[in-house]
Design a protein around this ligand. Structure first.
Ligand SMILES: C[S@@+](CC[C@H](N)C(=O)[O-])C[C@H]1O[C@@H](n2cnc3c(N)ncnc32)[C@H](O)[C@@H]1O
Length: 252
């Protein structure tokens, strides 16, 4: 069934479905940027559609440029689940230190209202310090293959079980004032991916499991491994609760 476009200027065409993928569930990736979160859901087995207010030429899935806060509820209802990564700047430590949190929108509360109203399973992702309800914390140390220290919080209306959180290793730095400057290697040690530039883009990509983003995009992204774990648990939830996924209900 064709999906109602967000507005007349957005010609959304659902992907043609083969017999092999016809029963894939669909997740709406709000505030998608270049698709770190979306890629994890795709790896878990979802069809992903991204929404961002700015053009996202590097987004790897179906993309629509729109304001996430003004989407048509009928469009939202055509998905099986929703992920939202609203801008984090106003909740960040940097904004608190600079006392300029008001310079950015604080969208978490209105986004939660929108997601709750949809009645769908949802996830809201943000930084430490953001006003999320009972969030689960994920860290790069929890995922074999990642080498990034990047705490992110996830609120959801279904259970998320995080892997054990181990001790943090020393992080590579270009800062000569740090006592371990020169004793680490960005290709083998953990890195931090920030606007300040604690590692090269190439090392950031390798550490986060992302090979398609530029520096600005990767600074905003979460490692796909985080949302792959959440996506797998969401699938378990959707298929092992009384609530059938929306798509299954519609096809019945
Ligand atoms: C933190 S980034 C998301 C990162 C993404 N989850 C990832 O893992 O790659 C937040 C994004 O929200 C977008 N944004 C800000 N306000 C928006 C709005 N009202 N509607 C849609 N997107 C918006 C920004 O353009 C930015 O790309």
């Amino acid at each position: 069934m064709p999906i109602k476009p967000v507005d007349a200027t957005l010609a959304y065409q659902p992907k043609r479905k083969s017999a092999a993928n016809s029963c894939k569930l669909r997740i709406l990736d709000l505030f998608c940027c270049a698709g770190g979160a979306g890629t994890g859901y795709s790896q878990a087995g979802f069809d992903v559609v991204g929404i961002d207010i700015k053009p996202q030429p590097n987004y790897p899935f179906t993309f629509m440029q729109a304001d996430a806060m003004t989407l048509d509820p009928a469009f939202i209802a055509s998905f099986d689940a929703i992920h939202a990564s609203p801008p984090c700047q106003s909740y960040s430590d940097l904004a608190k230190r600079n006392d300029n949190a008001d310079a950015w929108p604080r969208l978490i509360d209105p986004v939660r209202d929108l997601l709750v109203r949809s009645g769908l399973p949802y996830i809201i992702e943000n930084v430490e310090g953001a006003p999320l309800f009972s969030p689960v914390i994920l860290c790069g140390t929890m995922f074999p293959g990642l080498r990034v220290l990047r705490h992110r919080l996830f609120e959801a209306n279904f259970p998320i079980v995080p892997p054990p959180h181990g001790k943090h290793p020393k992080v590579h730095t270009f800062d000569k004032r740090k006592s371990h400057y020169g004793k680490t290697n960005e290709w083998t040690d953990f890195v931090q991916v920030t606007g300040g530039g604690n590692c090269t883009v190439a090392a950031a990509r390798a550490a986060m499991g992302i090979n398609w983003m530029n520096k600005n995009e990767i600074n905003e992204a979460i490692p796909p491994a985080y949302t792959c774990l959440i996506g797998e648990q969401l699938l378990q939830h959707l298929f092992h609760t009384d609530q059938e996924p929306t798509r299954q209900r519609k096809n019945a």
